[in-house]
Design a protein around this ligand. Structure first.
Ligand code: AMP
Length: 282
């Protein structure tokens, strides 16, 4: 596996690969790899000639400077696990490379950037995400972009941008990888103390309550969200939001039907956690 540190060198490598007719699978990340990241790298490995993984802790998508400062960083162990999972290139640019002097362009995906995570973190969060992914797509020029369902709204934002701006890339969404007890893997989980780690299961329990109510025939989004909130409250965690929305458009639902996403966020100790489940209702 090669480590590439500049956009210019990355772009040159992609140009060569494309001239050779090689397909490129791309996994953008902020590092601190866990099985969720590695599952994306393995999916890309199975389907592409060359796998590029980017590692860039993107400052513009952090609304909280303390969260950015505390974000776990370990390039050496990340490089080792990316290599073992089948990556060919680890692209780790510096902030000054990604945001050249005078940088002033930002991509705004109106509507979806303002709700749920956007409402909690501010619209600059998804603007930061969309802008950095647009630049990465231009530099890496992949055939397929691999994203995790764990960050469902991020998938919504990037899919909309790729469609609207005609980026020549296909998006593959990979299922959420969980710990044995159901907690969604996240780079932020390492910041949970033992008792907080236990409380974090509230998100899983909230989703279970929502999905089981839908499975039993409940069709009121308000009632389903209330059940999820109560299940979390019983674990000592207050939900920041429980949203029952259309899984494609993120439009809020009153009556549950079609392709439904239940998305949850909560603060546990020092960490904000998110999780979601997608349910198809005939
Ligand atoms: P991050 O490093 O947090 O920006 O995540 C990089 C990619 O990994 C994103 O597409 C995430 O959605 C995905 N990802 C993060 N956690 C998980 C997980 N538990 N399961 C599957 N994919 C994940």
């Amino acid at each position: 596996m090669d480590i590439i540190r500049t956009s210019a060198e990355m772009r040159a490598r992609s140009d060569t690969l494309r001239r050779e007719g090689k397909t490129i699978g791309f996994v953008p990340t902020m590092g601190a790899f866990h099985e969720g990241h590695l599952s994306l790298i393995r999916l890309a490995r199975a389907a592409s000639d060359v796998v590029v993984v980017s590692l860039f802790v993107n400052p513009t998508q952090f609304n909280d400077p303390a969260d950015l400062a505390a974000y776990p960083r370990n390039e050496e162990s990340d490089a080792a696990s990316a290599r073992a999972a089948g990556a060919d290139v680890l692209f780790t640019p510096a902030a000054a490379d990604m945001y050249p002097p005078g940088s002033s362009t930002s991509i705004s995906v109106a509507g979806i950037e303002d709700i749920l995570e956007g409402a909690m973190r501010g619209p600059q969060h998804f603007r930061g995400v969309a802008t950095v992914v647009a630049r990465l797509l231009n530099v890496v020029a992949p055939d397929v972009l691999y994203l995790g369902q764990k960050d469902a709204q991020q998938v919504g934002v990037i899919s909309r941008m790729v469609t609207d701006l005609a980026f020549p890339v296909r998006i593959e969404v990979a299922p959420t990888i969980r710990e044995a007890d159901g907690l969604a893997m996240s780079s932020r989980n390492v910041r949970l103390a033992a008792d907080e780690r236990q409380k974090a299961l509230a998100l899983r329990h909230g989703l279970d309550a929502a999905v089981s109510a839908i499975d039993k025939g409940e069709r009121s989004a308000g009632i389903v969200a209330g059940l999820a909130r109560s299940a979390m409250h019983a674990d000592g965690v207050e939900a920041e939001y429980v949203a029952v929305v259309n899984a494609e458009t993120f439009a809020p639902l009153t009556e549950i039907g079609g392709d439904v996403l239940v998305a949850i966020a909560a603060r546990v100790g020092p960490v904000r956690l998110i999780d979601n489940e997608r349910v198809r209702v005939p």
